[in-house]
Design a protein around this ligand. Structure first.
Ligand SMILES: *Cc1c(COP(=O)(O)O)cnc(C)c1O
Length: 404
């Protein structure tokens, strides 16, 4: 990144706290990928010996990824990322099981890759139930049971939320799905490589994951499909991926995904403890030192690296711009909602009124984040929130009322 320094932005001063949007590729990941651009560039579907190295690398990565999920190699299908996996799971499962019924259950807080796909299916004649969540973002297993009807063919509930970090009761959901003989898909893009997942113990039939959320490259993901699940091909063409996902394999991407997953799983416990401690330090400082602030999402059932706050009387967008001027990369929720003025659908679903949901800030850490980064960031947030409030007529009114 030498060429970037001093040219575009000052990389020395950069504090990157948006790891839920994407992560830096680990040096080991990049190293493992390079030979598959330069040396072993063959097409793994070709039959000559030269292509064998590429094929072997794809097989090895598949085995590593399967192992991380407690799955079998032949149940892992490579895709172009989390959004593709989500689209595939919902559309293809709906189509495959349409003769059984046309009802799908999901939640109000899914990523748009699920929500917009569900809305698309509604236009195609499917009926979708969007489960409510409580004030911490948790679905209710009882509400799920109630929502199930003879027509239900698919349940899709995210493993962990990308905005507020809440981890859903996936094992309970899996048990309910299994008892009722309904297919269960989970969007585990934020969870994979960050918290332990076992598809058998949790009764997961299909699962989406994406490499760039765990130190791997962008544009490569996977879908786990349990053996026996009937689902059509999403990309038609060649016979790759057991004829279920055509297209020449992204060999360097697949290799990088495998390396990233191996690294993430080998020190998951240590990293998770480090991030949790730093996250809780950040949360405590913000809540204690900034009046009229709140933490969004569950305190305990939460991704180790996620903190999400609302500050009353300010606009999240203004806060982000001023943080950026101080070299801090943060987000107001999901990268996909930025640019639109609608408040986050997740914050509305946990019951926040529009005016509070507008003042949101998501900070997502990595194992590279230091206590100094957090201290600097909290000091800046304090300063900026104060400055913005001093310009806010709403805050002025509030203070006047408080005095009376
Ligand atoms: C990032 C993300 C996606 C999309 O993954 P891409 O690989 O960027 O397409 C889907 N779901 C969740 C929960 C995510 O955080």
């Amino acid at each position: 990144m030498e060429w970037l320094k001093g040219k575009v932005i000052n990389m020395d001063k950069l504090i990157y706290l948006d790891n839920a949007a994407t992560t830096q590729v680990y040096p080991e990941v990049l190293d493992s990928m390079i030979p598959y651009f330069t040396q072993y560039y063959g097409n793994p579907s070709s039959i000559y010996t030269f292509a064998g190295s590429a094929k072997q690398a794809v097989d090895e990565a598949r085995a590593v990824l399967a192992d991380c999920l407690g799955a079998k190699s032949e149940e892992i299908y490579f895709t172009g990322g989390g959004s593709e996996s989500d689209n595939w799971a919902i559309k293809a499962a709906a189509e495959a099981y349409a003769d059984k019924g046309k009802h799908i259950i999901t939640t109000k807080i899914e990523h748009h890759a699920i929500l917009h796909t569900a809305e698309y299916l509604e236009k195609k004649g499917f009926e979708v139930t969007y489960l409510d969540v409580d004030e911490n973002g948790l679905i209710s297993p009882d509400a799920l049971k109630t929502a199930i009807c003879p027509d239900t063919i698919l349940i899709s509930i995210m493993f962990a939320n990308n905005e507020i970090g809440t981890i859903e009761p996936i094992k309970e959901v899996g048990e309910i799905a299994k008892e009722n003989g309904i297919l269960f898909h989970t969007d585990a893009v934020q969870a994979f490589g960050h918290v332990p997942i076992n598809v058998d113990e949790m009764h997961i039939d299909m699962l989406s994951a994406s490499a760039h959320k765990l130190g791997g490259p962008k544009g490569i993901g996977l879908m786990y499909i349990r053996k026996g699940v009937k689902i059509r091909s999403f990309i038609h063409g060649g016979a790759q991926e057991r004829q279920r996902r055509a297209g020449t394999h992204n060999v360097p991407g697949i290799v990088g995904f495998g390396t990233a997953a191996k690294l993430a799983h080998s020190d998951m416990k240590k990293r998770s403890e480090y991030e949790t401690e730093l996250r809780d330090y950040l949360i405590t400082r913000v809540i204690n030192e900034i009046p009229h602030s709140r933490l969004n999402g569950d305190k305990i059932k939460r991704l180790p690296n996620n903190a999400n706050f609302c500050f009353r009387f300010i606009e999240g967008e203004s806060l982000l711009i001023l943080l950026d001027q101080n070299g801090i990369c943060a987000s107001s929720g999901s990268a996909c909602t930025s640019g639109s003025l609608d408040p986050s659908h997740v914050l509305l679903a946990i019951g926040l009124p529009h005016e509070i949901a507008h003042g949101s800030l998501r900070l997502t850490l990595s194992e590279q984040t230091t206590k100094e980064d957090i201290d600097y960031t909290v000091d800046k947030i304090k300063e900026i929130v104060m400055r913005l409030r001093n310009m806010s007529p709403l805050y002025e009114d509030f203070i006047k009322k408080e005095k009376n």
